[in-house]
Design a protein around this ligand. Structure first.
Ligand code: THU
Length: 141
């Protein structure tokens, strides 16, 4: 999903993440997660978690949304909204934090909005959730 040129508000992004959560496939955990992201050029992408009977194959909502963005050529994440059923709203797992970091230029400027079904909300930057994250710049030839 992509809608460049139209600024997306936080409320719109949260609504899209809730909608995506409805399409989660999580029969093993019954823990449904939805994610919506805006990239630097204003494009919007969504994802939900997709589980598998072989548990190690489960994929998080955030990484599905990011993969959708990257596969459409959008590599610069700006804002990530995540909807869970947890109270307080849950923060992304470590794998997803690192994946967000891969597609973020300035971790202190990337916004992560956490929301639950009661509309409780917590806002963080990626730098707050992943301080001192490992980055490609650390790899020296
Ligand atoms: N899950 C996500 O989608 N995102 C996270 O950041 C944490 C966990 C999913 C994976 C699995 O399908 C379910 O939540 C329970 O762990």
């Amino acid at each position: 999903m992509s809608s460049p040129n139209t600024p997306t508000s936080d409320d719109q992004l949260i609504a899209l993440a809730k909608d995506a959560r409805e399409r989660a496939y999580a029969p093993y955990s019954n823990y449904n997660v939805g994610c919506a992201i805006v990239t630097a050029d204003g494009a919007v992408f969504t994802g939900a978690n997709v589980e598998n009977a072989s548990y190690g194959l489960c994929i998080c909502a955030e990484r599905n949304a990011i993969a959708a963005a990257v596969c459409q050529g959008h590599r610069d994440l700006q804002t990530v909204a995540i909807v869970t059923q947890s109270s307080p709203p849950a923060a992304p797992c470590g794998l997803c934090r690192q994946t967000i970091n891969e597609f973020c230029h300035v971790p202190s400027e990337l916004r992560i909005i956490l929301v639950n079904l009661k509309d409780e909300r917590r806002d963080f930057s990626l730098a707050e959730l992943l301080p001192h994250g490992f980055r490609g710049e650390h790899i020296t030839p």
